[in-house]
Structure formats: structure tokens, C-alpha cells
Write a protein that binds this ligand. Structure first.
Ligand code: ZN
Length: 304
């Protein structure tokens, strides 16, 4: 493959307002999928929508009032990082950190289109700078450090910006003795477009978490649909407490890849929250409506 080498753009740019990014330019549609050129996400537009979980026709407003959850079967639709923050933190308390970090293109990478172009297109579409949003805010009047990844930005994959934002989040939580909450929605794992610079983020965030742990911090990792690859294999799995939303896809390699590699029929429900709870990989399945209360309760219980 022919590559044109570019001087790496600087990762830090002029500061931008701390207003919540992440709100899509127009309402997103469809449930999260980890494949396809331009996955459509969230609750589809229109008055009525078809649930991807049970097939029922649902009044859109009713699903939205339930935080994008199906009233019939409890199917959890995608929500954007900005919406997550809104759902989780006390209104008006979020203060974004490191909003000035922007992705670079150190390899001059190109797949179907140049990575630099892809970044610009994703930023425009999602309103995010990259796939993570980090900062501080209150959860029922308890101050926390909070990070969210968004599967709509290059599948929520972890490149150097996601890794750096999360690392700084953890370091600030350590310095400020704050409980740490990271909500993962990353179907892409490490971002191949940045090569080794993406891969090293796994170790970097994990090392910061180890120091946070040694300092006595409480890290609650919330796994949502999907949490896969290098994200699942690093920070997302390192919570002192690991919560998961119901029926989320959580794993390393996808079930099809594993099946094709080991040629063995996979167990029923493999890589779902329920399966992982049964096998001790996660601590609790928490429906979206209970997430805020459960996190507040866990912080109090752990003396945070
Ligand atoms: Zn349903």
C-alpha cells in the first residue's frame, strides 16, 4: 500500500468552549451495529419506531422518556456521549476536560478514504472531536470524574486522543481523590488508523488506572453495547466494580471471528452481559434507568 507521509499535526489546538459536544447534527437512527459503512444509530426518527429487540411498534416519545429503552422488552438503544452525560450527571454540573485535544494522522493512513478526511467527516457528523468525552460533574451531589466513549465516532475506537483524554481523566481523579466513572460504548477497540500509537493507549490508560488504584480510588466501569476489542481488553475491564447494561455485546474478538478461528459452536448468549455476569466477568447488570442511583449507592458504600 502506498502511503504519503505527513508531518503529524499537533494534537493540541486552541481551546474550544466547554459546551457539551456530541449532540448529533440531526437525530440519529437505528440501533448500534458494529458493521457497515455508515451505521445508523439511536432511536430512529419519526413518531413510531420498530424495536430491534422485540419487533414491537413503539411510540417514539415513550422510548425517549425511558432514556431510549423499549417499554415492551427493555431493549437499550444507543445514546450519544453527550446524552449519556445528561442522563448520568446532575443537570448543569458537567465541566468538560481536555476539549482541545484533536486527533492527528501520524501514519498518513488511508483505507477507503484518507484518515484525515474521515476524522473531519466524523467530527462534522457527531459534533465530537473524537470518540471520548471526559470531565467532571456531580452524581446526586457527589463529585466524580466521568468519561464516556461514543460508538458513533469510528466505532468508538481508541486512538491517541481517546487514550490521552482517559489517561488525563484518571490522573485528575487520582490527584483530586475523585470517584471515577467510565462508560464504554466502543465496538472498534484500538483504532487501526493510528497503528502502534493506538495500541499503546491500552497500556497507558491501564498504567494510570493502576496508580489510581494504589492511591485508593474507586473506579466504576460501565459496559454498554458494544464494548469490544482493545477497549474491553484494557480500561473497561479494570473497574473495581464492573456494571453492564442489559443484553450488551461485550468481548474481545467478535463471535464470528472466534467461531471461524476455533471452529467450535459458541455457547448460547456468548459475549452478552447476562453470560458474563454468570461467569463472573461483570458484577452487576444495571438497567439504564437505575444507573445513576446505583453508581451513587456504590460510591457511598465504598466510602467515596
Ligand atoms: Zn422491544
Amino acid at each position: 500500500m502506498e502511503r504519503t507521509r505527513k508531518a503529524p499535526a499537533t494534537a493540541t489546538d486552541s481551546p474550544v468552549p466547554t459546551a457539551l459536544p456530541g449532540a448529533p447534527a440531526k437525530p440519529a437512527a437505528g440501533e448500534p451495529t458494529t458493521r457497515g459503512p455508515r451505521p445508523k444509530r439511536g432511536v430512529p426518527e419519526g413518531l413510531w419506531l420498530k424495536c430491534d429487540g422485540c419487533g414491537a411498534t413503539i411510540y417514539r416519545k415513550e422510548a425517549e422518556d425511558l432514556l431510549n429503552v423499549c417499554p415492551q422488552c427493555g431493549f437499550h438503544w444507543y445514546v450519544s456521549a453527550a446524552k449519556r452525560i445528561e442522563q448520568l450527571l446532575d443537570a448543569g454540573t458537567f465541566e468538560e476536560w481536555d476539549a482541545d485535544l484533536k486527533p492527528a494522522d501520524p501514519l498518513g493512513f488511508r483505507d477507503k478514504k484518507p484518515y484525515a478526511e474521515r476524522i473531519v467527516a466524523e467530527q462534522k457528523r457527531t459534533g465530537l472531536k473524537d470518540a471520548a468525552l471526559t470531565g467532571t460533574g456531580m452524581i446526586r451531589a457527589r463529585r466524580v470524574a466521568c468519561g464516556v466513549t461514543d460508538s458513533s465516532f469510528i466505532m468508538g475506537s481508541m486512538g491517541s486522543v481517546v487514550g490521552e483524554r482517559l489517561t488525563r481523566l484518571v490522573e485528575r481523579a487520582t490527584a483530586g481523590k475523585l470517584p471515577l466513572i467510565i462508560i464504554s460504548a466502543s465496538g472498534g477497540g484500538a483504532r487501526m488508523h493510528e497503528g502502534i500509537l493506538s495500541l499503546m493507549q491500552m497500556a497507558k490508560v491501564s498504567a494510570a488506572l493502576a496508580r489510581y488504584s494504589q492511591a485508593g480510588g474507586l473506579f466504576i466501569s460501565v459496559l454498554t453495547n458494544p464494548t469490544m476489542g482493545g477497549v474491553a481488553a484494557s480500561f473497561a475491564s479494570l473497574g473495581d466494580l464492573c456494571f453492564a447494561e442489559p443484553r450488551a455485546l461485550i468481548g474481545f474478538a467478535g463471535p464470528r471471528t472466534i467461531k471461524a478461528t476455533i471452529r467450535v459452536e459458541l455457547p448460547k448468549g456468548f459475549q452478552t452481559s447476562e453470560f458474563l455476569l454468570e461467569h463472573g466477568f461483570i458484577d452487576r447488570i444495571v438497567p439504564r434507568k437505575d444507573l445513576k442511583s446505583e453508581i451513587a449507592r456504590a460510591i457511598d458504600y465504598c466510602g467515596g
